[in-house]
Structure formats: C-alpha cells, structure tokens
Design a protein around this ligand. Structure first.
Ligand code: C2E
Ligand code: CA
Ligand code: CA
Length: 508
C-alpha cells in the first residue's frame, strides 16, 4: 500500500472504531435508560447527536493538529540528519540572541569535513549516506537543548553553543575542538580516518545578529581551509580587514567598469613552423587612480566573487571590437583573437545568446573569435558544455582550453568536447628543459591533441631554448615574452602591418 494511503488509513481508523462502537452501544444504552418514555428518548437522541459531533470534532482537531505539526517540523528539519535548515537556524539564533544579554557569550561554529569527496569514495555511496545520518543523530544526542544545530551543506554543519562557564568564555577553543570531535565520531566509528576544518565566531565580540555571526564563522572557515586540513580558526579582525580590502577593490572595479576605465593589451601568438603571427590573446588591463597597474590575477577573482564578470567581459569585448576597428585590423591581417571568460560566465543559462550578441559586430570580419575557458569550467557540467560549445561553433566561434594540464581533465571527456585548441599551462613550459616530467606532459598533450585534431599553443615561452623545445614536441604555436609581451593596440597593429615573422625581443 502506498505510504500516503497507509497514513490516511491510520488517521481514519480511530474514527471508524468510535463510529461503530457508538452505533452499537449508544442506542442500546439509551433504550435501557429511558425504558418506554418516548419524549425522553427524543431529547436524549438529540443530546447524543450533539455529543457525537463534539467528540468527533475534538478528535478531528487533535488528529489534524498533530499531523500538521509533524509536517511543519519535517519542513524545518533536514530529512537526512534531522538538523535545522539554515533559514530556521538563523531565525532561532536571532531569537536566542535577543534573549541573551551581552554578558552571556555564545560560540557559533561551522564544521566541514576535509576532502568529503575522497571520504565518500572510500566509504561508498550507501555507507557515506548512512554516516551523514549518524552524524545528525550523534550531534543531537550530544548537545543540550539550548544549543542549535543546523546542516548547511552536504558535509557542513553549524552549531551555536552558549558558553556557560567563565572558563569556556575565556578559552572557547576546547569547546570548538570537542564539538569537532563529536562531529567526526560517526566517521571514525565507520572506520574512516577523516578530519574536519572549523570556523568559529563569538557573540557578542564578532557580531550581534545571526547573519553577521554566520558570515564571520564562514570567513574563519575559509581561513582554516587555506591553512590545510584539520584546522580550526577563530574569526579575527585581520580577516575582516582582508575582506574589507576585497570589498573595497570590488567597489573600485565596479566604478572602473562603469567609467570604461579598463583597457586591453594584445599578446601575439606565432606559428612554430615559421614564427608568422597566427592570432593574439586579449588581456584586460586596469591602472588604478594612483597610476599603478592592478593585475588581472588580483582583480578577476574579485570580479568573480562580487558578480562583476559579465559587466567586465562586456567592456572587454566592446573594447576589443572598437580597438580592432580603429586600428584597421579588420582587413585580414589578424587571423584570430582569443578572449578569456571565467567559469561562472560560461555556466550561465543564457551564455550562448549573450556571447552571440556580444560578438555580433564581428560576425562578418575575417577574424576568428575564440573563447578561452579553463578545463574546470568545461568539465563542471560536461553535457551542457558540449551543447554550448557546439552551438557557438556553428556560429563560427572557436574554443580553447586554457591552462591545460593543471586541472583534472579526464581524457575521455576531452574526446567529447568540441574545442579547437589546447593551451599548455605556463608552469610546464617554464620547466620544460629542466624537469623531465614537464617535458613528458608537454609531449603527451601534443600527442593527445594530434589524435583529436586539436591545435596546441605553448604559453609563457620566455627563452629560445623553450621555443626550440616546444617546436620539437610538435606544439603548433607559441605565445610568450620571448616573442612579444602583451602590447597596446597601436604597437600590436604596427607589428602586424610590418609583416613577416615575429622576431625575438632581443632582436628588436
Ligand atoms: P592567462 O589567460 O593564462 O593569460 C596569460 C598570462 O600570462 C597573462 O597575464 C600574460 O601577460 C602572461 N604572460 C604572457 N607571456 C608570458 C611569459 O612569457 N611569461 C610569463 N611569466 N607570463 C606571461 P595577465 O595579463 O596578468 O593575466 C593573468 C590572468 O588573468 C590570465 O591568465 C587570465 O586568466 C586572466 N585574465 C586576463 N585578462 C582577462 C580578461 O579579459 N577576462 C578574464 N575573465 N580573465 C582575464
Ligand atoms: Ca588565457
Ligand atoms: Ca593560460
């Protein structure tokens, strides 16, 4: 029988039993009570009707009340662990904080299992699911009713614990470590030597409301993770200073985007067979108000964190199109231009339409537009990536996998990705002549690319010896300071106009 039908039967069963008993017993009892007095029988029948309705109404109320309450409670709780959902945790925590005076301290702790992916693989799917349930049970059994427990993610929980004694208030770390021990116990019991990182914040020191405290604890957790596995960090003001700096940078970046203060440099790429220019990579540039250049390696991650990547790319692509047109490079002298996009941009649902619209002005130019994304971006949702890259390929847009070799590319998935180019990460090129493992990686990438019919670009070529070596390894093209740094559009255009192969920097 389906579960819902069974539950419904359980609800109506008491009513049925009462009804049958009532029919059998009540009339008999009435007849016995009144003897032959018909008037009294009529009055008592009416009274009996009222009594029946009152009893059944009360029963119906109790039954529906208890079932609705259970449904509500289930909605408030995570079904697997029985812990609170994040929203309710925050609400309850705010209620608690309102009742607490500032003299009473409270610890808010977030715990996260290190390398949960590895743990789940070692335990297997069923056992790891079971362990998560047991973690919930064990936490609920171990903490008193004045503590709040919440599940924030697959392998992440938040715990709010009042610091009851002066000793705990003075030294809250042992409380956090004990909580971590409790959290990990079911994993140890399952024979899995797992560790966890923790981030902790203190009320009232680090915040007066639930949201602020949880944000402080997650900032502390990030710091703990960055120190490696098995660390517990308390929120500290220096962290908030780092957060504030990032926020400040994001604000300045937002303004720079709005004021169109970003510009683009172009780094030539050359065929290894004859050093003739084959294309270029567009690299965004930003000069701060103090006249100093701010590196994209610093501000692109901030753009990602503060959701500015799309606005930034729109400016970059707009600038590239304006630069190429103004420099007269739409005459066929530039075969290809590569533009970098971040994983979050690539993952957006409207990516295909958005990119088509951005590149529309180039549609009839003899310049091949190419998008560089990392392997990580492409493999995050392989099916969707294949669809997107194929669809854009039909509109004449190529794709390159950037920083290739550093991610977790599965070769099988590479087979299915309809990209045109692999860019070997700079770190392998930098050591290609000293480290045999780098050389082996470069060689295996070119062999693989050959099988799949992909172009290989060696990035970060800084010396003649590296250029020679990547040529020997059958890379198709090179890019790097040896042949040219990224250039302003006017310098880049004159380089192309000069014609002929790219010459090493020292010759120029
Ligand atoms: P990337 O895509 O790997 O770009 C290549 C980086 O290597 C560039 O740094 C370039 O200036 C530098 N480079 C070129 N040749 C050499 C060399 O021979 N030796 C060394 N050591 N480095 C070389 P840049 O311009 O500072 O950019 C850093 C990263 O920022 C880029 O790495 C890319 O991931 C990101 N980025 C740059 N422009 C954009 C953009 O417009 N949009 C997005 N989303 N990301 C961008
Ligand atoms: Ca790139
Ligand atoms: Ca790269």
């Amino acid at each position: 029988m389906p579960k819902a039908a069974y539950a419904a039967v359980r609800i109506v069963a008491p009513y049925l039993v009462l009804g049958i008993l009532w029919i059998y017993v009540s009339d008999q009892a009435l007849l016995l009570a009144v003897g032959g007095d018909v008037d009294r029988l009529g009055r008592l029948q009416t009274f009996k009707g009222w009594l029946f309705i009152s009893i059944t109404t009360a029963m119906l109320f109790l039954l529906s009340y208890s079932h609705l309450r259970r449904i509500h409670r289930l909605q408030e709780l995570d079904t697997q662990t029985g812990l609170l959902h994040r929203r309710l945790f925050l609400d309850y925590l705010d209620d608690t904080l309102e009742r607490e005076s500032d003299a009473n301290q409270l610890l808010v702790l977030i715990l996260n299992i290190d390398d949960y992916g590895g743990v789940a693989t070692r335990l297997g799917k069923a056992a790891s699911e079971r362990v998560l349930e047991q973690i919930g049970d064990h936490l609920r059994a171990s903490f008193t009713a004045d503590c709040l427990l919440s599940r924030l993610g697959t392998d992440e929980v938040a715990i709010a614990v009042p610091l009851a004694t002066p000793r705990e208030r003075e030294k809250p770390l042992p409380v956090a470590l004990r909580a971590r021990g409790t959290f990990l116990q079911p994993l140890l019991d399952a024979g899995c030597r797992a560790t966890a990182c923790g981030g902790a914040a203190l009320f009232p020191r680090d915040g007066g409301d639930a949201n602020t405290l949880l944000a402080a604890a997650s900032s502390a957790l990030r710091a703990a993770h960055s120190r490696g596995p098995d660390h517990v960090n308390f929120y500290d003001d220096r962290l908030s200073r780092a957060d504030r700096q990032r926020q400040d940078l994001s604000q300045r970046l937002r303004e720079a985007i709005e004021d169109d203060a970003l510009y683009v440099h172009y780094q030539p790429q050359a065929r290894l067979s004859d050093n003739m220019p084959s294309g270029c990579e567009a690299l965004v540039r930003w000069t701060g108000t103090d006249g100093r250049a701010i590196s994209p390696a610093d501000f692109i991650p901030v753009a990602e964190q503060f959701d500015l990547t799309r606005a930034l790319s729109e400016r970059v692509i707009g600038r590239v199109i304006a630069d190429l047109a103004a420099a007269g490079l739409t005459d066929g002298s530039l075969p290809r231009i590569s533009i970098n996009l971040t994983p979050d941009e690539f993952a957006r649902g409207d990516f295909v339409e958005w990119l088509q619209a951005q590149l529309a002005p180039m549609a009839h130019w003899p310049i091949k537009p190419q998008i560089e994304i990392t392997e990580y971006a492409a493999l995050r949702d392989l099916e969707a990536s294949i669809r997107r890259i194929r669809e854009l390929g039909e509109c004449g847009i190529d794709f390159a996998l950037d920083d290739f070799g550093t991610g977790y590319s599965s070769l099988a998935s590479l087979r299915d990705l309809p990209v045109q180019e692999l860019k070997i990460d700079q770190s392998f090129i930098a050591t290609v002549n000293e480290d045999r493992r780098s050389l082996a990686i470069v060689k295996s990438i070119t062999r693989l690319a050959d099988t799949f019919g992909l172009r290989v670009v060696a990035e970060g070529v800084e010396t003649e010896a590296q250029l020679e070596r990547v040529r020997e390894c059958y890379c198709d093209e090179s890019q790097g300071f040896f042949l040219s740094p990224p250039l302003e559009i006017s310098d880049f255009a004159s380089l192309l106009r000069k014609g002929g192969p790219l010459r090493p920097q020292r010759d120029s």
